[in-house]
Design a binder for this molecule. Structure first.
Ligand code: PEP
Length: 251
């Protein structure tokens, strides 16, 4: 099955107002309304509103990097799903490895966040990925299978149309050491099998699985040629228009 490529840029805690808007405008001018590929950016919370406005009228989607698992109330420092919708975000990352490993987010917390996002009408990119010691111990499939199964607990087959999975091996994120096409393809094919088991073949085939981890303009085409790789979640190379566009326009 042919799935539309989905290229997403996670700006993490980088850029300030001017460089964030300059980047958004450069992407707007280059991508415009093109619909061949899905493109999304994930700015820091405080720039969401302005980036949404800068990209209005284009096909580029704007998402948040995180959200709170609670609806509203006394949760100092947190941002709710409804607030994201209110400023025009249409999607959100859940379970990015930096949230899981630097901030101790469990599979259960990721599932609550994911449920909260879906209830507010957001699309979700659920990130999964093994650490180096887990890969070395031959536990990659066990780890990403568990993160996917627990992350999607209670999500219906209908709601799966709002989901994307990002396979991001932790050892490849920000290290300059990307997974090989073979490693990525094998993890993605495994994940599609997990999804077919949790739902059915139709849901599994329709869902897009992005690869993330040191994606650059010079390795995107090779990674995209791997089986079951439907797009990329990009960190470092998404911070400059030239490199992100080099990824978006892969041949
Ligand atoms: C990421 O932040 O999800 C990521 C994959 O980062 P990088 O592309 O820098 O490895």
């Amino acid at each position: 099955m042919k799935r539309k490529p989905f290229l997403a840029g996670n700006w993490k805690m980088n850029l300030e107002r001017k460089s964030a808007l300059d980047l958004a405008r450069a992407l707007r001018d280059a991508v415009g309304n093109s619909s061949e590929r899905d493109v999304a950016v994930f700015p820091p919370f405080v720039y969401l509103d302005e980036v949404v406005r800068a990209l209005a009228g284009t096909s580029i989607k704007v998402g948040a990097q995180n959200l709170c698992d609670e609806k509203n109330g006394a949760f100092t420092g947190e941002i709710s799903a409804e607030m994201l919708v209110d400023v025009g975000a249409t999607t959100v990352l859940v379970g990015h490895s930096e949230r899981r490993h630097l901030y101790g987010e469990s599979d259960e917390l990721c599932n609550r966040k994911l449920q909260r996002a879906l209830a507010a009408g957001l699309n979700v990119i659920l990130c999964v990925g093994e650490k180096l010691d887990e890969r070395d111990a031959g536990r990659t499939e066990h780890v990403i299978g568990r993160q996917t199964t627990l992350g999607l607990k209670g999500v219906s087959a209908e709601q799966m149309s709002k989901l994307t999975i990002a396979y991001e091996p932790v050892w490849a994120i920000g290290t300059g050491r990307n997974a090989t096409a073979e490693q990525a393809g094998s993890a993605h094919t495994y994940l599609r099998g997990v999804l077919a088991g949790l739902y059915d073949e139709r849901v599994a085939q329709a869902l897009r699985i992005q690869y993330g981890g040191s994606v650059k303009p010079d390795n995107i085409a090779t990674l995209m040629a791997a089986p079951d790789v439907d797009g990329a979640l990009v960190g470092g190379a998404a911070l400059k228009a030239e490199s992100f566009l080099g990824i978006v326009r892969f041949k």
